[in-house]
Design a protein around this ligand. Structure first.
Ligand code: CA
Ligand code: CA
Ligand code: CA
Ligand code: CA
Length: 394
């Protein structure tokens, strides 16, 4: 104690000899925090550079608990005082400590139960816990010399979460990585936290709930991996989705900054796409059409007699594929005399025989063309076109 008093005195004496009075508005014992803005449950690292408090050049000194020279760490409604900081090395004159912010009682995942453990306790240098408000500030004060109080402030704020897929498009065999960034959900800066993310597809709108795990104890960055199945129902981290589906990931942020209210929540969503690893034009194979009677027996066309135009298509993928199969007949002038289509879905590797009836009405050389598209709306070809020329000699 005497040493410390002496030390302060010697500082004052030195100041006096320096001919300039101490600058009480900018004294040399700055307080630093490792961030300007903290989340409500962050860890705060505090540094005070105070060479005049290095009383013992050969031992670790401490500051903050000496009578009249307390360090006080406070938020609007709570404070820790006195709070001790300790010297980093015997002769550094640099004093450090940390506290953990403990937020306030709040339900962060909308399950009806609060998820925080607000408390204000601890005397330093690393065992402090301090309750905070959502939009409050954090103030650290230190009466470093008699009548000279140093103050440093930092801001506390909630953040709007972000969600990201690691790719804009996934192929069926790939695994999607979903990332959520929300420092507010780093509820404990000394352990790995987790949050829930809803993942769904056009084919499974109910989707799955997956845990996103914090990448480090104190990162506020959460990751989940999701794979896709075309042949079984969604379960665990596996989502039922077929090529062409959009894939959705959603995180409900219940910790929103002002001007949102504390009770507000916001769905943070992102969309990606699932694509087949088979290029569209190779997804379905077609065989050349042939003409048949109503029993399926191949025949030659005759004017004014109904015949069947028969074709075969095969799904080259091991999952379902919707299609529209189009048959078009042109006469020798190129005029379309017949147009028909069949819409349907092929199951995994299924082959399907399709037939449409047509009645040639005149003596002409006809061309029968077939097309396979994904839909009449998008018209993405799923196979090469095929055509059959008929030479009518009647
Ligand atoms: Ca020392
Ligand atoms: Ca909860
Ligand atoms: Ca954590
Ligand atoms: Ca948030």
């Amino acid at each position: 104690m005497i040493e410390i008093v002496l030390s302060v005195l010697s500082f004052l004496v030195l100041s006096a000899y320096a001919e300039e009075p101490p600058d009480y508005f900018n004294p040399y014992a700055p307080i630093f925090t490792d961030k300007e803005v903290y989340s409500w449950t962050d860890k705060v690292h505090i540094t005070i550079v105070a060479p005049s408090w290095n009383a013992n050049k050969y031992g670790i000194d401490s500051i903050g608990t000496q009578d009249g020279h307390f360090i006080k760490i406070s938020t609007a409604g709570h404070s820790l005082e006195p709070y001790k900081l300790t010297e980093t090395e015997p002769n550094s004159g640099v004093f450090v400590g940390e506290i953990i912010l403990t937020g306030f009682l709040h339900d962060v995942d909308d399950d009806g139960n609060p998820d925080t453990n607000p408390r204000t306790v601890g005397s330093g240098p690393t065992n402090g816990f301090l309750e905070v408000e959502r939009d409050g500030g954090l103030t650290i004060s230190f009466e470093f010399a008699d009548g000279v109080v140093l103050i440093h402030s930092a801001t506390i704020s909630w953040n709007i979460g972000q969600i990201i897929f690691d790719k804009p498009i996934f192929l069926v065999g790939e695994t999607a990585k979903i990332r959520v960034i929300d420092p507010d959900m780093n509820l404990n800066p000394e352990t790995v936290d987790r949050i829930e993310v809803e993942v769904s597809s056009d084919s499974d709108v109910a989707g799955i709930l997956v845990d996103a795990i914090e990448t480090e104890d104190d990162s506020g960055l959460f990751e989940a991996m999701v794979s896709f199945t075309q042949n079984s129902v969604s379960s665990g981290n596996r989502l039922f989705a077929i090529p062409g589906d959009s894939i959705y990931a959603k995180y409900e942020d219940n910790t929103l900054p002002s001007p949102y209210s504390i009770q507000d929540d916001l769905d943070i969503q992102i969309e990606s796409k699932l694509e087949s690893e088979v290029p569209p034009i190779q997804r379905i194979s077609v065989e050349d059409v042939f003409l048949a009677d109503s029993f399926g027996i191949p025949i030659e066309p005759t004017i004014n007699e109904q015949i069947q135009i028969v074709g075969m298509i095969t799904n080259n993928q091991n999952y379902d594929q919707i299609f529209v199969y189009i048959i078009q007949v042109r006469d020798q002038d190129g005029t379309v005399v017949y147009l028909s289509w069949i819409q349907g879905e092929l199951t995994s590797n299924q082959s399907l025989e399709l037939s449409q009836s047509w009645t040639p009405t005149g003596a002409s050389n006809y061309v029968i063309e077939t097309f396979v598209w994904d839909s009449l709306k998008d018209q993405i070809p799923l196979s090469p076109n095929s055509s059959l020329s008929l030479f009518n000699n009647d």
